[in-house]
Design a protein around this ligand. Sequence first.
Ligand SMILES: [Zn+2]
Ligand SMILES: [Zn+2]
Length: 340
Amino acid sequence: MKAALFYGSNQPLRLEEVDKPTPKKNEVLVKVAACGLCHTDLHYLDHGVSTFKKPPVILGHEVSGIVEAAGEEVKNLKPGDKVIVPPVFTCGQCEMCRTGRENVCNQMLMLGNHMDGAYAEYVVAPAKDTIPFIEGIPLEEGCIIADAVSTPFHALVNRADLKPGNSVAVFGCGGLGINAVQIAKALGAYVIGVDIKEKKLEQARQFGADEAFISDADLPKKIRKLTGGGVHIAIEAIGNPVTMQTAFSTIRTGGTLIVMGYSDKDITVNAGRIMFREMKIVGTLGCPPYLYPSLLKLVSMGKIKVKELVTHKFPLDNINDGFSLLRQGEESLIRAIVTC
Ligand SMILES: [Zn+2]
Ligand SMILES: [Zn+2]
């Protein structure tokens, strides 16, 4: 089969012929329809972050496709089923897995990192982690549900405990943030998008933001005034410590700051404010598998859009052009995928 192989940082992926994988007894072989191009991959490609599997490794972790073969013990899927393969596989045994929190499994393995991923014609995945499609979801664009859409869904539904009529400010309206905007809207929130680029604010409005503001010194004051004291939920989707602090300053008494972006730096917030106003600062990572059916239903109903989010498609042969576009920070780009 054809695959795009990662050999190391600061070199393009190489398109090569490799052996088609064989599913083990609990796995499915999936003919890849599409795979999302994710900024996580740029950490390996550009920033010297190493993959757990020693290169050459096939990257790619936001997958949709069709089951081609199933191992002998697989009961939940059969050849011909359209599926989403999520970015992480879980052990099913640890405390987190056994309390419904597989997304923070202590032994989780990531596709296109611990093992070969899906910038290829085929990928194998454990059947227990693979999620069947439902009617009304486009097969190719559906791949982005696996990460970019499911992550903010879990963040808002489970971690922020969003209630209808809550006000939500989304900091950073890129690939993850734009989904936080449309999901919060679909769940009945009043939504404020915040970004440093006008184009991103325009996209936030397009996907349902009631208000959209450039991040400047007046922003916290503006948001507090607009929402009668601050938002119920602020969600940081960039991974910038300063933005996290700004976001914290926009929440009301009893409100929640959701940390969805990754940073290896510290943040500084006033402890008295947390205590006296019963503030919550909550982390979020990925999405537990049990939540996918509800999410897929909302997508199939048109409440959450995926087709419109995919602004760029590349054939697997041109995958490096796709990553160039991601690097440039092309403004019209919301989500790019490769089709295999
Ligand atoms: Zn990703
Ligand atoms: Zn586990």
